[in-house]
Design a protein around this ligand. Structure first.
Ligand code: BES
Ligand code: MN
Ligand code: ZN
Length: 480
């Protein structure tokens, strides 16, 4: 089946002139009658009746307005093609890169998007899978494009799509399976074979390093904490810059003693999606041979309720020495990230990006359509935003006003961990900033984007793999 994206406006398919004839005029009739208008993700399938095409059938896929065709949109169109192929158990699929789209970038998004549809979320289903069969063969067709550049682009898209699927797989895993220890060993298993080095710090080591915030979150759980360090150290890379990627790895967030309401709490198994994105991006960077040093740090804990759990009002001491009064045990992500940010800097990271399902407030502000982006200096936040845009993750900049810092004042310690409702995403980011010492830092709040509540043409329900593309693009950016 040949997939042909068709734009909504005045797309007359000039670059595939024989297509109408090859379908005995079916396509022209569907266009003229309004049966197929090119509305986003709409599709129309016609049989190829002549020998003009290798394909037996053609699927026109609505691509919406041409002016809206940004990287995210192109990737989603390809994913919608992939899901269509899969639901129909098509064994061989081809995706046409249309004239007028940058052939190399579009081929990358095509391979990425098609790969995205390969992901199977039914891990624990014992009966038949309903989701069809992903094609054995997928071809990206870009007439006239440079072949070597095209092959590179397809390899890159395929790699990123596969890595995003790994992040989705990890985030979908239930918390009884994916404990901190299991998370750590799965990260090692996906990293070591591609040449990354992995170090897993156990609780004794974490205690030696003085990470009182990380241990304070973990202490209510029967499952011991882990801190995973992943290194991409190409032999010919310069000493600096060293990109430090830090991902929240809460394998389940009950809220702790400040317990969450029961409704929807099952979703909190994905509170390690930021950590999964970091591991997946490092894998992609290793496979794509990024010519710079990158360190990934993932603090892994379960935020549980129990007799040993941290209480509201407890004071914890971070590895950096800053003391924190825990007002709300449900504001746990910033605690573990604070110690991880400190450690990234100890290990020599010069440029920092953390990724976390950090606040419901970010979801209130932006919904599910964009991740919140914070950072300083502005130029670094802009570098990260641009990488997100190129990769096809939408990031929206939110403020870090100095007033938010005042809201973190504690009577008995250096700072509190929760400043309440107002500007909740910004005060959380401000808390993290306290642990960054004089180097570029950005924070992505993916609470609204890590999980898809409904199935869409381009996305199954569940983990989305958000931020993998942003981090991979950033790692591949020639100058930071
Ligand atoms: N993991 C949650 C944030 C979250 C909420 C992610 C909903 C995805 C969906 C985080 O640990 C949390 O509980 N944050 C609190 C912070 C508050 C206590 C200051 C929140 O957002 O309510
Ligand atoms: Mn929480
Ligand atoms: Zn959380």
């Amino acid at each position: 089946m040949l997939f042909v994206p068709v734009f909504e406006d005045d797309d007359r398919l000039e670059d595939v002139p024989e297509l109408d004839a090859a379908t005995s005029g079916d396509i022209g009739r569907a266009r003229d009658s309004g049966e197929f208008r090119g509305k986003l993700y709409e599709y129309f399938i016609a049989r190829v009746t002549t020998g003009a095409y290798q394909a037996a059938r053609v699927a026109l896929v609505g691509a919406g307005r041409r002016s809206d065709a940004d990287p995210e949109r192109l990737r989603r169109i390809a994913a919608a093609c992939g899901y269509t192929a899969r639901l129909r158990s098509i064994s061989s699929a081809a995706l046409l890169v249309r004239n007028g789209c940058d052939p190399i970038k579009t081929a990358e998004f095509g391979a990425d998007g098609m790969s995205y549809a390969e992901f199977d979320s039914g891990t624990y289903k014992t009966g038949d899978r309903e989701a069809g069969r992903f094609p054995d063969r997928v071809v990206i067709v870009a007439p006239g494009a440079d072949e070597a550049a095209l092959n590179d682009a397809v390899f890159r898209g395929r790699t990123i799509g596969e890595c995003a699927n790994r992040a989705r797989g990890l985030a979908n895993e239930p918390a009884n399976v994916l404990t901190p220890r299991e998370f750590a060993s799965r990260v090692a298993a996906m990293s070591v074979p591609v040449g990354l080095s992995v170090e897993i710090l156990d609780e004794d080591r974490i205690r030696e390093l003085g990470m009182g915030l990380l241990l304070g979150v973990s202490q209510g759980s029967a499952e011991p904490a882990r801190l995973v360090v992943i290194r991409h150290d190409p032999p010919d890379a310069p000493e600096t810059p060293v990109l430090g990627l830090i991902g929240k790895g809460v394998t389940f967030d009950t809220g702790g003693v400040s317990i969450k309401p029961a409704d929807g709490m099952e979703r909190m198994k994905d509170d390690m999606a930021g950590g999964a994105a970091v591991a997946a991006a490092l894998r992609a960077l290793a496979i794509l041979k990024a010519p710079r040093r990158v360190i990934g740090i993932i603090p892994m804990v379960e935020n549980a309720v129990g007799g040993r759990a941290t209480r509201p009002g407890d004071v914890l001491t971070s590895a950096s020495g800053t003391t924190v009064e825990v007002i709300n045990t449900d504001a746990e992500g910033r605690l573990i990230l604070a110690d991880a940010l400190w450690y990234a800097q100890e290990l020599g990271a010069t440029h920092l990006v953390d990724v976390a399902t950090l606040t419901g407030a970010c979801m209130v502000a932006l919904g599910r359509s964009a991740s919140g982006l914070f950072g300083s200096p502005d130029s670094w936040a802009e570098t990260v935003r641009a990488a997100g845009h190129r990769g096809g993750d939408r990031l929206w900049t939110l403020p870090l006003h100095e007033e938010y810092r005042d809201m973190l004042r504690s009577e008995i310690a250096d700072i509190i961990n929760s400043a309440g409702r107002w500007a909740g995403a910004s005060t959380a980011a401000m808390f993290l900033r306290e642990f960054v010492k004089g180097r570029p830092w950005a924070h992505l709040d993916i609470a609204g984007t890590a999980w898809a509540e409904d199935r869409r043409a381009y996305q199954s329900k569940g983990a989305t793999g958000v931020a993998v593309r942003t981090l991979t693009e950033l790692g591949l950016t020639p100058t930071l």
